[in-house]
Design a protein around this ligand. Sequence first.
Ligand SMILES: C[S@@+](CC[C@H](N)C(=O)[O-])C[C@H]1O[C@@H](n2cnc3c(N)ncnc32)[C@H](O)[C@@H]1O
Length: 435
Amino acid sequence: MDLFSTYTAELERYAGEVLTAPVGSYKKRDIRESLFSTQQVEQHLRSLIPIEELRDAGSFFTGDDMADEAVEYFGRSISAKSLIVDPACGAGNLLIASSKKLPVTKSSLRKTLRVWGRCLAGLDLFDVFVEATKLRLILEAVSRGARPDILDIDEAKVLFPQIQEADAFDHGIALKRATHVIINPPYHKMAASNSCEWADGKINAAAKFMDLVSANVGRGTYVSAILPDVLRSGSRYEKWRALISSKLKCSVLSAGRFDSKTDVDVFLLNGRAASPGSAPDWLGVEHCAKTIGDYFDISIGPVVPYRDKQAGVSSPYIHPKQLPLWEEVRTQEIKETWNYAGTLKKAPFVAIRRTSSPSDTYRAGGTLIKGTQKIAVENHLIVVRPKSGRVGDCRKLLKVLQNNKTNDFLNQRIRCRHLTVSAVKEIPWKGELCE
Ligand SMILES: C[S@@+](CC[C@H](N)C(=O)[O-])C[C@H]1O[C@@H](n2cnc3c(N)ncnc32)[C@H](O)[C@@H]1O
């Protein structure tokens, strides 16, 4: 992230000018539209740092509206006695949004920053981001009317002793003292620790961060988090959800796509550390008496083309690109083959495309496969076989999948870009939809 120092150096020059200029030279709007702005931070971040490096570190910063929404949960609970901690603060977007709840002493920037410095704590692995956070908080205070009475920018930065370069996992202490935690953690994959009780192997870093937060905060602490949808809806995170529900009395709210450049849907988790109460409604869907899982067996296609050798009997082979949406295909008509040694699938069944987004016209697009031959099915398809073995039930299923109510259900149930077996199993199977 060292390249980001080009931006922080420019920002520091600008902040220095603001502090030393005659009072009133810089209006609120000048500062808000300067290098200080979230848009400018984002633009510099993306032009200076290769996207792969940003992905590896999970360095995607929160937009102003979403940051304000996350802070809104704190309501009137913030005062000059609060300690608001962002354990993965980046360039400070969430701390700046939080500072809007703190008082400003118009006559003195120094007095204002003394209070803010006591109330705001932030950690990040990268010093360039920590520097940007401090500089932007100083500019935020001036833009809110605090008269610059510190001429030296270094002297102003020193007033934020709790905003530091540190690994949050080595620094639980800040969380223990927090009255409020605000967080948009990184979402990349990382190894679960040996002591992790709810998963092993690679997990989403956001889940690990929330485990850290919930384990360290004291009773009554407010927590507001922006998290990837997979934690809310993925089967792999069921134990994680139980753990969070046991430590935080919380609610969840889908918040749509993170931003126009980041194709990940997120949700807001708002809660307070408390004795376990009732668990939140993580999925937010109506529980239906009858679902697709009652009438169909559901599995993922087993063929993984880059991994599986052509080492078995030649069989008809299907994958999403070759299947016409909503049509019926006979096994005898399938031209492509795979010499597959694993499990072949017996028709009739509906093949549903796994890749799926809330912006698609149909979340679960299907093709009916009928006929007598057993076939090899690629891993980007979900196989949905009627327990009755009847083609008629597959036709009813296609109608259910095309119904808007199914789209609405899936858009609430799972906003990740891949459907899961559990989500398909839970699709309501109501009489009116299946006629
Ligand atoms: C998704 S960004 C969010 C930044 C900021 N809170 C915001 O909302 O704009 C996550 C930040 O966490 C930082 N980070 C990643 N791993 C960390 C760790 N172990 N300890 C502290 N910060 C970390 C990254 O450098 C990145 O700046």
